[in-house]
Design a protein around this ligand. Structure first.
Ligand SMILES: C[S@@+](CC[C@H](N)C(=O)[O-])C[C@H]1O[C@@H](n2cnc3c(N)ncnc32)[C@H](O)[C@@H]1O
Length: 157
């Protein structure tokens, strides 16, 4: 299985980029992983919130292959403990999924079409984080999940 973390808008924050890259490098030992960034929409100031969500939604859906399993990151989604998230990853691998795509929404979340296309929603907290920060939190949780599956001393209960 490959895991793709799909997000909208590049980040200019060098510290954040460095932290994310650190986990991306660590993850290489466990699974094929890609951080896939959709470029920012141009002239976004001329769009309403809904128009922006629709446009972002179209770009997200265009990026998917027919066999991809799309899972949204959404504060109203299912919450996990890290150990149960590790089990979740194992189940996805056992199910023979080719590519598991976690997607991070834009500043206003997802369009209805994206919600309808998704196979599930995962919450990292009931609190809302910025769409930039959540990239780091998610890549770290995926890494943590694999260290749990391999019984490595990164996660402590
Ligand atoms: C600023 S938030 C958008 C908040 C917006 N109120 C909404 O309804 O989704 C941008 C994106 O970051 C991600 N995100 C933020 N907080 C999250 C959380 N606690 N759990 C999972 N994803 C989160 C989601 O993908 C969200 O679409």
């Amino acid at each position: 299985m490959k895991i793709r973390l799909l997000a909208i808008g590049k980040t200019d924050d060098k510290n954040l980029i460095q932290l994310i890259e650190n986990y991306q490098n660590r993850l290489k030992h466990y699974i094929k992983f890609e951080l896939d960034i959709i470029p920012d929409i141009k002239n976004v100031k001329n769009l309403s919130e809904n128009q922006q969500k629709e446009k972002e939604g179209e770009l997200i859906l265009k990026r998917l292959n027919p066999t991809d399993e799309l899972i949204l990151l959404d504060e109203k989604g299912k919450d996990f403990r890290s150990v149960t998230f590790a089990d979740y990853l194992q189940k996805k691998m056992n199910a023979g999924i080719k590519e598991l795509v976690f997607v991070i929404g834009g500043p206003y979340g997802f369009s209805e079409t994206v919600y309808k296309t998704a196979k599930g929603k995962i919450s990292l907290s009931k609190m809302t984080f910025s769409h930039q920060m959540i990239r780091l939190f998610m890549v770290e949780q995926i890494y943590r999940g694999f260290t749990i599956l391999k019984n490595e001393p990164y996660h402590h209960e």
